[in-house]
Design a protein around this ligand. Sequence first.
Ligand code: G4P
Length: 534
Amino acid sequence: MSQETTTINPETLKKHINARRTFAIISHPDAGKTTLTEKLLLYGNAIHLAGSVRARRNQRSATSDWMKMEQERGISITSTVLQFPYKDHVVNLLDTPGHQDFSEDTYRTLTAADCAVMVLDAARGVEEQTLKLFEVCRRRGIPVFTFINKMDRPAQDPLGLLDEVETVLKMQPVPMNWPIGDGDTFMGVYDRKTDEVHLYDRTAHNQTISPEYITTLDDPRIEAGISDFQFEELHLNIGLLDELAEYDHEKFLSGEQTAVYFGSALTNFGVQLFLDDFIKMAPPPSAYPSDQGKIDPVSPGFSGFVFKIQANMDPRHRDSVAFLRICSGRFERNVQVKHPQTGKTLKLSRTYTFFADERAVVDEAYAGDIIGLPGNREFSIGDTISSDGDFSFEPIPRFAAEHYARLINLDVGKQKQFLKGIHQLESEGAMQVLYETDATRRDPILAVVGVLQFEVVQARLENEYNVQTKLEPLPHQLSRWVEGPKEQIDQLPWRYGMMRTEDLDGRLVALFSSAHELSFYSEKYPDIKFLSIQ
Ligand code: G4P
């Protein structure tokens, strides 16, 4: 039995959906992702004083043992979804964890975004983690804006930074504005599209919107505010810009070009100009691939997929929230949906939108929006939910694990809780779980991308399931699904370095100690397929 949402005029539906801008910010830790997020919220009128998101985040960390780990280590593990209206648009900002050990989490969040903003530190350029996350955007084929941040500090030469983007990221950078001064003399930006100059004043603690003066390049304040050398160079560079590639919207959408903005998130310089361009240039929700072809966002049936499950959103309730990216149609509270993974029909009556750690009941939402389904432990990452129920979105690919360890339950009396916790954490995507096939012990083997994931799993098992565990690291570095003739598979040198395991679906998985070992056995046994687990 399928139930459509209340009929909505197709034109109205289209208008709502096309107004959505859903994106994530990616950066190397410390480049300014949190600061830019805050300033976008400030200019989006979603907060009135910058500083509150960070404060809230710290507050939230302090209320949960597990989150305490984030605070102690000064890292951001969890993702938050923020929504705010801006100039006839609805902006959905997906916050991603900055620490590289959680890049798989970031990757999953990026599957729910229609574009990304890459924040670079103007003094550091493209850093290691930026590159890794950028590769994820490329894999998804989403357009990427570049915000070159911290221009109020001594910065690298802007042309050199563009060059670096081009050579390292293999994407044509198109500067949309140009910085005027840098470090102490950074006073604003020249907007190439209008030929206007935007000069700014700083505000107390940079907490409120900066006064802005729109003027032209011959404004005497510019010559007076920067050195003669900088002034000469500014004119020279602006002359040179015309020789660089022109902005081409199709090339931007296909990821061939990136639109580059210079600014300072801390002092607010250039933030509004960026946001104004962003809502015009960022794509509206795009079609998502499914086993029945691409699902058009403006089709009337409601559908979406779970891209994140987060426990402890509200430590007082110890609940878990499944985050759903709406891919098509309109969501209405109490809609009946199908969940193909369990075959069940569900009524979505408790649904929320989120602002930092605050939640508000959502009665209606559209493709592009993210809604939270709290307390429901039936969902796993990648699950499809739809009113029609006759298709599944493509699964979210996984990152290849790089670290393996056996997890031992220290209290056999709590085996039930232990297994329940492992199962729940696995469905949240906190780690992958394997079991050694020929061992007498059935201790799970955890496979993770970054070692901090081990700590999160152990801390959560202790806090949420009251189970103490011990971790025994394994020397293996990579894993492959194994398929082929049984006699040959049995002949593989399982005892010597290679470990024979199975995943939760019962598929055979081999763990290898090195890439060299894998290629050696791939050549030696050409009839056996070693499929990458991603
Ligand atoms: P992240 O989320 O990418 O890790 O970076 P975050 O925004 O937390 O910024 C990292 C540090 O860089 C912070 O300083 C922040 O204030 C500073 N920062 C961000 N944007 C700018 C900018 O445009 N100009 C300058 N000069 N600094 C910037 P912190 O000292 O680590 O933290 P805090 O004490 O200032 O909060």
